[in-house]
Design a protein around this ligand. Structure first.
Ligand SMILES: Cc1cc2nc3c(=O)[nH]c(=O)nc-3n(C[C@H](O)[C@H](O)[C@H](O)COP(=O)(O)OP(=O)(O)OC[C@H]3O[C@@H](n4cnc5c(N)ncnc54)[C@H](O)[C@@H]3O)c2cc1C
Length: 423
């Protein structure tokens, strides 16, 4: 091993020792979850990749993983894993002011505040720069009018990451600004949208005169597209399970014992992701239906394993980049496509193994959990950018193929009559 390798190994051993000692000394399942989150944060172990100025240790991704391993070894509850710590935090580090970092990071990390993404609109999904929700300046505030859709968990969260149009006279990418808007205020109405899983986990959100303080604009006015690009890059990577700390995703009862929150997390099947929970349910189905030795089942298992290895390779690339939040770019797109493929592969295998019983739902199904996962599978190829868009990204930006025609030079036509959102 060369000198640099030796140095890295020593550093890894030191981080491992310190993290282990801290978790062994402090983890107590009887502590209220909120107190546990605060302790991890203040000891700088919750998000060890965050900068030292902001409750982190500035550790590169391989060492963040070491901290996570030690926490899991001790069996402690992880810090909140939702989209705020995974996506908004890196955006704040890149585009936020010190005041914004102070106000938003602490709440997302101690579990007292959660966020959602308010980007997509009825007519702007893949073509996100076409958003028409508008923000108009009024003194120290901005007034928001328009509508967002597919907004996951909007009914539960404290604030949304909102992309809105602030200038209609410039090419569409140049007229956007990024805001952090409080959800619970007059002028914001959240209407649930039911999915084929039976859940209503996403919503349409209507803005009619909602207000955002000028202090809650992320990045300069008109720089919304640059901020969104940071967001999209991290979002792709966030589909990779390794990008998360492993703690709860949504709002948590912070008075509940941390051990109970952890047990509930471990029982929860990741219904929309290719997490280990699905793998376990699938293995059980294969055994229950007596198909463990079936050559076709074994072949399908092998193919899934190859995809997981591909994912492992991508993770390695992300880690070796040393980027604490994961490497935005090609690896993110590959990672997201691979998660789509693994998820589809698991669904196909699970349904095939069950035969006709695969058509049953709810209490009638051999595994209600699996059927629920199967119904949620298509969303993985859409949410956070469709498979086609990931392939475009790889084709154009990585392989250098000719770009598809674009119309970004023209400003969007001014909205005529959209002050009140239609229902
Ligand atoms: C479960 C789930 C959760 C979501 N949560 C959120 C959320 O919290 N916040 C939020 O803002 N959004 C959310 N979304 C929205 C998601 O980001 C969009 O659905 C996605 O970006 C696609 O946009 P669209 O639905 O408008 O489809 P469109 O953009 O209209 O695409 C329709 C079809 O055309 C294809 N297509 C479009 N453009 C191209 C192109 N240039 N080249 C090739 N093919 C193309 C697409 O691949 C797709 O098959 C969520 C979606 C899902 C499914």
């Amino acid at each position: 091993m060369d000198a640099e390798g030796e140095r890295m190994k020593t550093r890894e051993e030191q981080v491992r020792r310190e993290a282990r000692a801290w978790y062994e000394a402090h983890w107590d399942p009887a502590l209220p979850a909120g107190e546990w989150f605060r302790m991890m944060l203040e000891a700088r172990w919750a998000y060890a990749g965050w900068p030292e100025a902001w409750w982190g240790r500035g550790l590169p991704t391989p060492l963040v993983r070491v901290v996570r391993e030690e926490r899991r070894r001790v069996g402690a509850l992880g810090p909140p894993s939702g989209i705020a710590p995974t996506l908004l935090a890196p955006m704040l580090f890149e585009h936020g002011t010190a005041d914004q970092c102070r106000r938003f990071l602490r709440g997302m990390a101690d579990g007292s505040e959660t966020a959602c993404q308010m980007l997509s609109e009825p007519d702007a999904g893949s073509d996100l720069a076409g958003v028409r929700t508008r923000a108009e300046r009024d003194g120290d505030e901005w007034v928001i009018t328009g509508s967002k859709t597919w907004t996951s968990n909007a009914e539960l969260v404290d604030y949304g990451m909102l992309l809105a149009r602030t200038d209609w006279d410039v090419p569409k990418h140049a007229g956007l600004t990024f805001f952090l808007v409080r959800r619970d205020q007059p002028g914001v109405e959240v209407q649930p949208l039911r999915q084929m899983t039976g859940d209503a986990r996403f919503n349409q959100v209507f803005f009619d005169g909602a207000r955002v303080s000028a202090d809650d604009v992320l990045g300069p006015i008109g720089s919304g597209w640059a901020v969104t690009r940071t967001f999209l890059a991290h979002e792709k990577n966030s589909y990779n399970p390794a990008a998360h700390e492993g703690g709860p995703f949504g709002p948590v009862n912070l008075q509940r014992p941390a051990g109970d929150v952890l047990a509930a997390e471990q029982r929860r099947l990741p219904a929309n992701a290719s997490g280990r929970g699905v793998g376990r349910v699938l293995d059980q189905l294969v055994r229950d239906f007596g198909r463990s030795e079936d050559p076709l089942v074994r072949q399908a298992h092998a193919e899934l394993q190859i995809r997981r290895r591909t994912m492992g390779y991508t993770n390695q690339r992300v880690r070796s980049s040393g980027h604490a939040g994961g490497l935005p770019g090609a690896e993110g797109a590959i990672s997201k496509l691979t998660v789509s493929e693994i998820t589809r592969g698991q669904r196909e295998l699970g349904l095939a193994v069950q035969g006709a019983a695969g058509m049953l739902m709810g209490d009638d199904a051999p595994s209600g959990q699996f059927q629920y996962f199967a119904m949620g599978t298509p969303s993985i190829s859409i949410a956070g950018g469709t498979d086609e868009i990931q392939r475009n990204h790889l084709g154009e930006r990585i392989l250098g193929l000719p770009a598809e025609p674009r119309s970004e030079a023209a400003p969007l036509p001014l909205p005529v009559n959209d002050a009140s959102p239609s229902r």
